[in-house]
Design a protein around this ligand. Sequence first.
Ligand code: SF4
Length: 485
Amino acid sequence: MTSLPQARTFQVVTYGCQMNEHDSERIAGVLLDAGYAEADVGSQADLVVFNTCAVRENADNRLYGNLGHLAPTKQANPGMQIAVGGCMAQKDRQVIVERAPWVDVVFGTNNLGHLPALLERARVESEAQVEILESLERFPSTLPTRRDSAYAAWVSISVGCNNTCTFCIVPSLRGKETDRRPGEILAEIRALVDSGVQEITLLGQNVNSYGVEFGDRGAFAKLLRACGDVDGLERVRFTSPHPAAFTDDVIAAMAETPNVMPSLHMPLQSGSDAVLKAMRRSYRSEKYLGILDRVRAAMPDAAITTDIIVGFPGETEADFQATLDVVAASRFAAAFTFQYSIRPGTPAATMPDQVPAGVVAERYQRLVDLVGEISWAENSKLVGHEVEVLFADGEGRKDADTGRMSGRARDNRLVHVRVPEAEADRPRPGDIATVEVTYAAPHHLTADAGLLSLRRTRGGDAWAARRSEPARTGVSLGMPVLAKA
Ligand code: SF4
């Protein structure tokens, strides 16, 4: 009896944002569909795919550093292949094979589905293949997808962005906004819930402008409300909103749809109107604070988080003080803070008055201190309160030292929960429990008074069922494959 040829194994290395994480799930899905298999822990993959990010200045260094790291492995394994995709590939194209001629395939953000065919052509013709499409052929959600989690899922509602923020390279790499039809999105959500998914995150570069492409400015609020009618869907989240397009119908939809979570990640970027103008963010601090006031009026328990860039070209001490003032007024539950760094290819990269690195670093520290102080104070208000926790894989595994498992509250705060010793009484990732908050730290809550209630969910069942599958590939370069964190 002829034995089947051994499937070629692969691993996907992901850099960057949630869009890239979801794209990596599609890359894995496309490869599995083409007969590849995920490399087991400890083995050397036949194919390594880098799904790259181009946002940060050192993104280049990291990619080429890792490619250099892989060169001797490839030399020792001539049948091995290396592919580079994502935003860096969309930006650098041919340059990647010029700088790293041992790379076999370069593909972009608009042609994920072509990867297996490009790999085959590179093998047959013994020549590197570079294929970059300027726009999408079809919405990537139609591609086979290998989901990372059994109980939580990303669901794309749009790709690309119509804005032109001067520090951002996304529009030039992911193109103008393309919207998916609501019916298609809801069909995907229902199928996910049928498979055990409890929580979905709606994904778009700017979810508030969802529907512009098909002429319905109220489409995003309607979509949130429609998610409320999906039986079995416990939690709905979304990212990223944009203050300029954030309308009151979205606030009402959030407040009036029980499974839409009271958590909002709303990038501020700067509190200075002059800097917001230079960033081309098309809103000002007063509007931003007004949105927060209306969100809190409708959902007093909502947790609001944000992104802030320090040291944007031209930022003065007075501008920075304005940022500190808006942060103090906003009472963020958390903030992702960044020191401005030049991003080649963006308008801001060539702006005058680049702020010296030392000044940026000093301001950055002041901001981090203020954000930490406020998030700790906001977290402390929850001590003694009951919260509902959905236990998460990875961060949900029991910590042997503390006897705690972790998960997310409805407002997306991280909660570490002391759980029963006996496995039979312990929650599984995907299960939901109610606990009392016994301690607050700047970046998490703790609940050490045990479980007040525990609900075994279909998400927990799906996680347990998947547990019997072989462990997924992780990020490793030339060394044996590590289990995914
Ligand atoms: S809204 Fe601005 S920062 Fe966000 S992806 Fe679009 S251009 Fe970039």
